[in-house]
Design a protein around this ligand. Structure first.
Ligand SMILES: C[S@@+](CC[C@H](N)C(=O)[O-])C[C@H]1O[C@@H](n2cnc3c(N)ncnc32)[C@H](O)[C@@H]1O
Length: 222
């Protein structure tokens, strides 16, 4: 991931020139809590959430350049100064640049389901990668997940149900209504949506089917 970028309200830098883990607390000092969205797309939820919680710190990860640029422009236009945007592949950034155990919430809405079996290793949620994603959460932190891909949603539900120390729920909707562009679109179309919400318990639990290599990469950056 040579071409990764990181942007705040004022500046944009190449990711490869940054220390790991990223010094988020230096860039945005005094944050009461941190939230992360993986695959923010057009940024509907991330931008609204950051604007609504000015004391919080937010990190958004998106690999599509056009969405990253769109959301960077909107962040600047709206004067949002509590948001760090990362352009790059989420699993790589989780393993290499993001701190561990720091987030009070992680949001993943309508991630690409990668239905072909040869692509499934790219999924954000399978036994090989779930430790990386959930490793972002501080104790008591919450994961929010939604997908319209029923089979994927069920598999993620099973994966999370088997995760040590995680409390799993299946809300019918969010208290604040549809959060992202995809959720809004699919709800209007009446398409079924699988929503999951999980609360992380004590740190140190790892998925029983996870891979040691992934855990080692995580520990090396912590
Ligand atoms: C189907 S769209 C959903 C966008 C948004 N979350 C929503 O619900 O409207 C999936 C988004 O995740 C991004 N994405 C998929 N896999 C990713 C990955 N591994 N790392 C970073 N972004 C990813 C895609 O570029 C795309 O913007």
């Amino acid at each position: 991931m040579i071409h990764g970028l990181v942007a705040t309200g004022e500046r944009q830098e190449e990711l490869r020139r940054q220390p790991a883990p990223l010094p988020l607390a230096e860039w945005l000092p005094g944050r009461v809590s941190w939230e992360v969205e993986l695959g923010f797309g057009k940024g509907r939820y991330l931008l609204r959430r950051a604007a609504a919680a000015p004391d919080g710190g937010f990190v958004g990860v998106e690999m599509a350049s056009r969405y990253y640029r769109l959301v960077r422009r909107r962040m600047r236009r709206r004067g949002i100064d509590n948001l760090v945007l990362l352009r790059g592949e989420a699993l790589y950034l989780l393993a290499s640049f993001l701190p561990r155990g720091f987030a009070s919430a992680v949001h993943v809405y309508f991630p690409d389901p990668w239905p072909k079996s040869r692509h499934q290793k790219r999924r954000l949620f399978d036994a090989d990668t779930v430790d990386l994603v959930l490793g972002l959460l501080a104790p008591g932190g919450r994961l929010f997940f939604a997908t319209d891909y029923a089979e994927y949603g069920e598999r993620v539900g099973e994966l999370l149900a088997a995760y040590p120390g995680l409390e799993l729920g299946r809300p019918a909707g969010w208290p604040d209504g549809p959060r992202t562009n995809y959720e809004l679109k699919y709800e209007r179309q009446g398409r079924p949506i699988v929503r999951l919400e999980a609360i992380a318990g004590r740190p140190g639990g790892l998925h029983p089917d996870g891979r040691r290599e992934v855990v080692a990469a995580t520990a090396a950056t912590g």
